[in-house]
Design a protein around this ligand. Structure first.
Ligand code: ATP
Length: 355
């Protein structure tokens, strides 16, 4: 963990007119670089091995410079070098995942957002504690497999990107899965999925006000998940099981969405509760976060996950979304992050949005 006043110490050495926005070349990096450049920043792409050639195909999304390392595990030892370049790191899903939350937490480079959130979202138990204590409805948890009385998802610990999930409808089916790893069992919520992309600013004052700062809704998407989204074309799941074909939830892309306008009040209410609780639990979430939700036919939301940073579901919105358009044209989440850094820099409040 980086000590409380460490970031302020690092910043005293920074040339604040020459801040550089850097991230790992993956996930949402095109959007982060494009947004940073639009806000006047220099950009640095941390590449493991030679930079991917596709950056040449997207000049506006290509970083001004690459910083090449051999392995993800080499990044922590480059911290001083990065600080000398006035770097502010932007975390994204792959960056945290490849480095591991423990290593990411300790990186000795100013990082956008509050790294204390990592402990709360990298464990399914802590995540549930946070969301439920905030008053958020989550899919019901089954402590013992014998209690299964409806369709459930069995999620193995460490399963990522939707791999390693099983849907079972009763205890008999669960026994056949015969899990050898640790798992959690969650009610399977039947409904439509909405991945809500919020942005919390502790320093902006105009907008949807919270006890401190404001909450924005930048976009909504749904993930394309293979093979669950397409398997109906081959027959029923029961039939396919006989051929040893089981549903998986591996994300391959993202589709932009809007939600019934009347549901927006609840969308904001949920975002507000999550942010307000985070102040109490770990000093507050900062910047982009996503609530992964399912809405049932009674128009009730269930939240099955929170991601406390920019997520790949924001990628369809490089030139804005039907929601960010009400804030400003061409506002991607990547660009909004850069704006927040600019704003905090101008107000001399960078230490409030970095950790
Ligand atoms: P990531 O870390 O990439 O977000 P993950 O492995 O943590 O993925 P989840 O996001 O929890 O997995 O879930 C993957 C997918 O499984 C969801 O996008 C959704 O389609 C489905 N899913 C998860 N939980 C439920 C649930 N309780 N009911 C119905 N579907 C669910």
């Amino acid at each position: 963990m980086v000590a409380e006043n460490e970031v302020s110490n690092w910043l005293t050495e920074y040339d604040r007119d020459e801040l550089v926005i850097a991230t790992l070349c993956s996930h949402t990096s095109l959007q982060i670089f494009d947004g940073a450049k639009k806000e006047g920043f220099k950009t640095l792409g941390i590449s493991v091995g030679p930079p991917a050639k596709f950056y040449d195909a997207f000049p506006k999304g290509k970083p001004d410079e690459f910083f090449v390392v051999d392995n993800h595990s080499d990044i922590p030892e480059k911290a001083e070098d990065l600080r000398q370049r006035n770097v502010i790191l932007i975390p994204h899903g792959s960056f945290v995942e490849y480095l591991g939350p423990d290593n990411f937490e300790k990186l000795q480079v100013p990082t956008f957002g509050n790294r204390k959130v990592l402990r709360w979202e990298s464990s399914r138990i802590k995540e549930r504690e946070w969301l439920e204590s905030a008053g958020i409805e989550m899919p019901q948890l089954f402590k013992e497999p014998e209690q299964i009385d409806r369709p459930v998802v069995v999620k193995f610990d460490g399963a990522k990107g939707g791999r390693g999930f099983f849907i079972v409808k009763n205890y008999r089916e669960f026994e056949k899965v015969n899990p050898t790893q640790r798992y959690t069992i969650q009610e399977y919520v039947l409904g439509t999925r909405y991945y809500l992309h919020y942005f919390y600013s502790p320093i902006k004052e105009d907008g949807y006000k919270l006890s401190k700062g404001i909450l924005e809704l930048l976009s909504i998407d749904r993930r394309d998940e293979t093979n669950i989204d397409e398997m109906y074309k081959l027959g029923s799941q029961e039939e396919l099981k006989k051929l040893s074909i089981y549903p998986s939830f591996v994300v391959t892309g993202n589709v932009p969405l809007t939600i019934r306008e009347s549901l927006l009040a609840e969308v904001f209410d949920m975002g507000e509760k999550v942010v307000e609780k985070s102040f109490e639990l770990f000093g507050g979430i900062i910047g982009p976060f996503c609530l992964e939700t399912i809405v049932n036919d009674e128009l009730q939301f269930k939240v099955f996950e929170v991601s406390a940073r920019i997520v790949a579901g924001t990628n369809p919105f490089i030139s804005g979304s039907p929601y960010s358009e009400f804030l400003e044209s061409n506002l991607s989440t990547g660009r909004r992050i850069a704006q927040e850094i600019n704003m905090a820099n101008e107000m001399d409040r960078l230490d409030e949005i970095l950790s």
